[in-house]
Structure formats: structure tokens, C-alpha cells
Design a binder for this molecule. Structure first.
Ligand code: SAH
Ligand code: SF4
Length: 389
């Protein structure tokens, strides 16, 4: 029987890639070392810490860089694990310095990640949490792509690692004294997908990138944007202490039902109650309301006044996002004058209302323009597979 099984195994192509150490949380890393019998259980925490520093502080993708890890152990690790990054299938740089990577995590599983310089303290990375999205906000390009699947914590973390590789943002061994200013200072979950439909992976990825002995990004520099998955707001705050951004876009349920169909499930009043109860919300930790400016749809001064009324008492800022068009999009962006008039109403009421300068529009990297080619690839891969069989 054993022989038969073995024969079958050998006959099958190797489909499962070796586990990638770079995507594990600290405790998973220690556990993986024990399970693979790379070290004794009582040494696992110490060994994991040693590896952790190489992987997450220095960004090592090659075990041989780990000079303080014995040769014997490196050989054992190499036989069982990988540190490889996912493949970058496309890389584009905008005239304004914005960079966009299309990353292939597995055949047919691709997502976009965007680096925007001069946002946040130094520069922000916009990461994806899902391939596609189950929600169909009518102004969003991603919303036209069906959900392919949730990204794993490892795949979310890999987006940060790929960006740091490309930006040359890892410290060098031997760097001493004050840490030079790194290019990537903030993370926003504003790429493809609805992060609160994938909270476990989002939270685990945040544990990895905020770890003090690794990338050490402060949780206050990590913002999660949601279209308003009300029951997940409290768990998000408790588990991650992330900054909160809410895609509001309308001030009454009728219009929001149309623009953000999830509103039919969680209407504005319920959403606002959940925001008021968000853990840690204060004047020092304000909620960001995102409001996309759609010509003739939601951009009147009356709506600006309604917005101010609606969020009264919530420590907030309002981010006005000029609508970014995409091929076939049913809306137009409000005129600059209209946006400024809208902003003035909000400002007078005492709220900061920065108008988000569209970044990377020339490479379709701006908010809501992201869409991977996964569906198409999946179809072509299916064809390849059926041709091969
Ligand atoms: N799913 C989450 C996060 C990703 S979308 C959410 O909806 O919040 C990130 C932000 O881009 C959201 O505020 C979204 O409403 C906005 N957005 C989507 N499409 C856009 C477009 N075409 N132009 C401008 N902003 C857009
Ligand atoms: Fe999904 Fe956010 Fe786009 Fe809506 S705006 S379709 S929730 S990614």
C-alpha cells in the first residue's frame, strides 16, 4: 500500500511550493522550525528570533547571508523552506514618481501594489487585501472584477517586502547609529479588495510589519480603509490598533445604496454608531472619511453641509478624492472649482479637508483604478491546462 502511494506521489508533478518563511508570524516561524525538526523545541524561540531579524529587518532572501546561523542549519532550512519573493510581472513608474507593481502570488492570483512618494511622513504604500472584490461600488474599477480570492497574510506582507526591495529600503548590515529616513513610512489598505472581509490575514500581516525587530512600522502609520463592514470595525480596532478610514461618498442612504451597495446591509446611521465606538478614536487619532467627488452626483454645497452635520462630534478629517476615471467608468470627476467649494464648506465647519491629489493616473495607479488581469490569465491558463491534458 505504502509503495502504491509513493508511486502515485512520484508520478504527480510537485504542486505544493515549500513553505515561505518570510510570510510567517513570529510564533508560526518558531512552530515551523520545530515541525520541520530544524531545531529542538527549547531552542525554537531563539532560533526564530535570529532568523526573524535577517528576514524582516534586513530583508534577506538568501539564507547564505545569515552569517550567524550555522552552515548545517542553513542547509537544513534550504531543504525545507524558501525565502523567495513572489514574481513581479509588471512594474510601472509614473511621471510623478508613483510606482506600481503587479505581483503574481500563484498562477492566476495577482494583485497590484502602489507606492506613492510624499504621502504620510515620507511615502505611503497602498496594499491590496484581496484579488478582486465582492462589493460592487459603482465608481470603482476593482469592483468590476469578481473576487478571485482573499490574499494570505504572507501575500500581504510580501507586497511590503517587494516594495522595500525595489525602493532599496532595507537597512544594510553594519548600518549603525540613527536609522536613515526610509522611503516607505506609511501603509494604507486602499488597494484592491475590502480588508474587513479578510481581517485575519490583514491583522497577521500587520503583526509582521509592525514588529519592533523587523520593519517596525508603527501601527499609527497603518490605515485600513473600509466601505463600511460594520460588525468588523470593533474587532479591527481591538486586534490591530490601526487608523480607520471610511469610504462614505454620500450623505443619505438612497445615494449611498447606489454608490456603495453594501450600504443596503449597513446603512449610514449604523455605520456612524460603529465609528463612534471605534477603539482609540480621539483628536490625536482621527477617523478619515473618504469622499469621492462625482460630477453632479454627490458634490453640491448642500451635500457638503449634510456631511458636516452627519459626522458632528466624531474626531475626523475628510479626504476629498477627485474621481479617477477608468475605461468604461460611468462617472465624471467634479470640476476643480466645485471640489474647492465643497472643501470650503467643510473647512469652515472646522474639519481638515485635504483634496487628495490624484497620483499615478497615467499608469492607472490612482485610487479605484486598480485591477489585475487575473481573470484573463486564469482563462488563458485554463486553456493551457486543458491543451496540455
Ligand atoms: N475596499 C476598501 C479599500 C479599497 S478602495 C474601501 O472601499 O474603502 C480605496 C479608496 O478608493 C476608497 O475610498 C474607494 O472608495 C476609493 N475609490 C474607489 N474607486 C475610486 C475612483 N475611481 N476614484 C477615486 N477613488 C476611488
Ligand atoms: Fe471593493 Fe472598495 Fe472598490 Fe468598493 S471601493 S468595490 S469595497 S475595493
Amino acid at each position: 500500500m505504502g509503495f502504491v502511494l509513493q508511486t502515485l506521489d512520484l508520478a504527480r508533478p510537485k504542486l505544493v511550493a515549500p513553505p515561505n518563511l518570510a510570510g510567517l508570524t513570529r510564533s508560526q516561524l518558531a512552530q515551523a522550525l520545530v515541525e520541520a525538526e530544524v531545531c529542538a523545541p527549547e531552542k525554537a524561540r531563539m532560533r526564530a528570533s535570529q532568523l526573524w531579524r535577517w528576514i524582516h529587518h534586513f530583508g534577506a532572501t538568501d539564507l547564505d547571508r545569515m552569517t550567524d546561523v550555522s552552515k548545517e542549519m542553513r542547509v537544513k532550512l534550504a531543504g525545507r523552506f524558501t525565502l523567495a519573493r513572489p514574481e513581479v510581472v509588471d512594474r510601472q513608474v509614473s511621471r510623478d514618481g508613483t510606482r506600481k507593481w503587479l505581483i503574481r502570488f500563484a498562477p492566476g492570483i495577482e494583485a497590484e501594489t502602489v507606492y506613492i512618494p510624499d504621502v504620510g511622513r515620507v511615502g505611503a504604500l497602498c496594499v491590496s487585501s484581496q484579488v478582486g472584490c465582492t462589493l460592487n461600488c459603482t465608481f470603482c474599477h476593482t469592483g468590476t472584477q469578481k473576487l478571485v480570492r482573499n490574499l494570505t497574510a504572507a501575500e500581504i506582507t510580501a507586497q511590503v517586502q517587494v516594495a522595500r526591495d525595489d525602493l532599496g529600503d532595507w537597512p544594510r548590515v553594519g548600518d549603525k547609529g540613527t536609522d536613515p529616513e526610509r522611503a516607505l513610512s506609511n501603509i494604507v489598505f486602499m488597494g484592491m479588495g475590502e480588508p474587513l472581509y479578510n481581517l485575519d490575514s490583514v491583522a497577521a500581516a500587520m503583526d509582521v510589519v509592525s514588529d519592533g525587530e523587523g520593519i517596525a512600522l508603527s501601527r499609527r502609520r497603518i490605515t485600513v480603509s473600509t466601505s463600511g463592514v460594520v460588525p468588523q470595525l470593533q474587532p479591527l480596532g481591538e486586534r490591530t490598533q490601526a487608523m480607520l478610514a471610511i469610504s462614505l461618498h454620500a450623505t443619505n442612504d438612497d445615494l449611498r445604496n447606489e454608490l456603495v451597495p453594501l450600504n443596503k446591509k449597513y446603512p449610514i446611521a449604523e455605520l456612524l454608531d460603529a465609528i463612534r465606538a471605534y477603539p482609540g478614536i480621539s483628536n490625536a487619532r482621527r477617523v478619515t472619511f473618504e469622499y469621492v467627488m462625482l460630477k453632479g452626483v454627490n458634490d453640491s454645497p448642500a451635500e457638503a453641509r449634510a456631511l458636516v452635520q452627519l459626522i458632528k462630534g466624531i474626531p475626523a478629517k475628510i479626504n476629498l478624492i477627485p474621481f479617477n476615471p477608468w475605461p468604461g467608468s460611468p462617472y465624471q470627476c467634479s470640476s476643480w472649482e466645485t471640489i474647492e467649494r465643497f472643501a470650503a464648506v467643510i473647512n469652515r465647519a472646522g474639519y481638515a479637508s485635504p483634496i487628495r491629489t490624484p497620483r499615478g493616473r497615467d499608469i492607472l495607479a490612482a485610487c479605484g483604478q486598480l485591477k489585475s488581469e487575473s481573470e484573463k490569465l486564469r482563462a488563458s491558463e485554463r486553456r493551457l491546462l486543458s491543451a496540455a491534458s
